[in-house]
Design a protein around this ligand. Sequence first.
Ligand code: ADP
Length: 504
Amino acid sequence: MKVLYVCAELFPFLKTGGLADVSAGLPPALRALGCDVRLLMPAFPAISSSAASTRPVASLPNGQLPWGAPPALPPADVALATLSGLDSPLYLVRSPDLYERPGSPYLGPDGHDWPDNALRFAALGWAAAWLGQGLDPDWSPDVIHCHDWHAGLAPAYVQVMAQAGRAALATVFSIHNLAYQGLFAESTFAQLGLPPNWFGIDGLEFYGQVSFMKAAIRYADRITTVSPSYAQEVLTAAHGCGLDGLLRERADLLCGILNGVDYQVWSPATDKWLAATYDADNMAPKAAAKNALQADFGLERRPGALVFGVVSRLTEQKGLHLLIHVLAELVQRGGQLAVLGQGDPSLERALIDAASRYPGQIGVRIGYSEVSAHGVIAGSDVVLMPSAFEPCGLTQLYALRYGALPLVRRVGGLADTVVDCTLENLDSGVATGFVFDVFSTDGLLSALRRAFVLFQHPDQWAAVQRQGMRLRFDWPGAAKRYLALFQSLRPDPKPRHRSPRKKG
Ligand code: ADP
């Protein structure tokens, strides 16, 4: 099974959120199952500067097509590269005009989307579809696996090529976050190289704009979300971001596959970024991690304080404005808070203000730091994720592994992965964190208070920590489900790995 994995982020080279971690974790797990996986990404400087032995494959076709003009792209080609530490070969879409810009893959230095994002990501989808048509004479995929709106035009291009009599490739589209849709002005449609009548309610139009997300949902053969609960939620008006109608129409093609964790990166026993390593059977050094966190974030060094941690994009989605309203009680009860994040300027300001109101009890670091993220998760007693919605969430999975009890809202992947500390769940030994239902300050407060109560019972607290640390959300399991999905589209006649022959 040959799989082209099309994405815009890849840890540790380029990351703005969980998508990068998935792109690092899923392809190797698929390879371990015998899949021949190659990645396709835009040649962002953070990627191309780390690439070795790059060899040009072919220019992207730009001639007239049976259905009209091609996308209005500047000269672009596809090259094959290797990245140190990456098992899979990587195709790069290269076009200095589109990609040679510093910083975020999506935003300019002014914090706004690059004005030509439609073309920058149309090129990614165009390259994917042409690789499916044999652009590289040495390798072509059986399945194109597209991730988020950035790769959303690939299924549309595959479809239009199939309608024009070319090979009909299988496409799978994975939604990592339906709220980011890749919406562009109607005027961009004419530049995308699609049939004019595809701009309409049955095509890519979303209330007068072009939607890359809608293109993928409309034209992919299968659709996945990154957790089973989110797969149900996106069918509702509350979480469907205006696409729930189309998703309901295609619901029989939709399923949720929970993300995994790369435990080589996220394990407290081997974490190279921790002051002291620890594990479920040797928890004492976690106190040193807590002490280091308190020192790092300017918190009073009180070993008995209940320390809450946040590692997050600071956006509406993450529900952190609720947190602002409960800080007085959190501090009054003797708790502390360490926040690592960046994003919405008003939320950044509110958190910085809170830190200056409660010096020594609240520490805030605005920015992005991989090292600090590990320090916060290891040093915290509780990791907060009061999200309004959460397609999967990885941070709570890391928290579980590090013996930091997740405190989460019952939504999306959070609902699928955290078991509330109810009396029954504590009694039966399955509790792993604190879960609240109603997205409100009171909802969050109720869970926060329960955390303070349980913290008074160190034996029970330790039992909950151990239960969370035992759990594994592994990539091999998730990869098997993706492979089954791919095989349902393109049965592989010759499995590459046979089971070993029995001896004797
Ligand atoms: P999302 O993808 O919505 O941002 P996830 O919980 O799925 O949320 O993944 C977020 C990932 O980004 C995690 O690996 C988390 O550790 C990381 N992260 C978020 N904010 C920061 C930050 N400020 N510094 C370092 N890592 C961060």
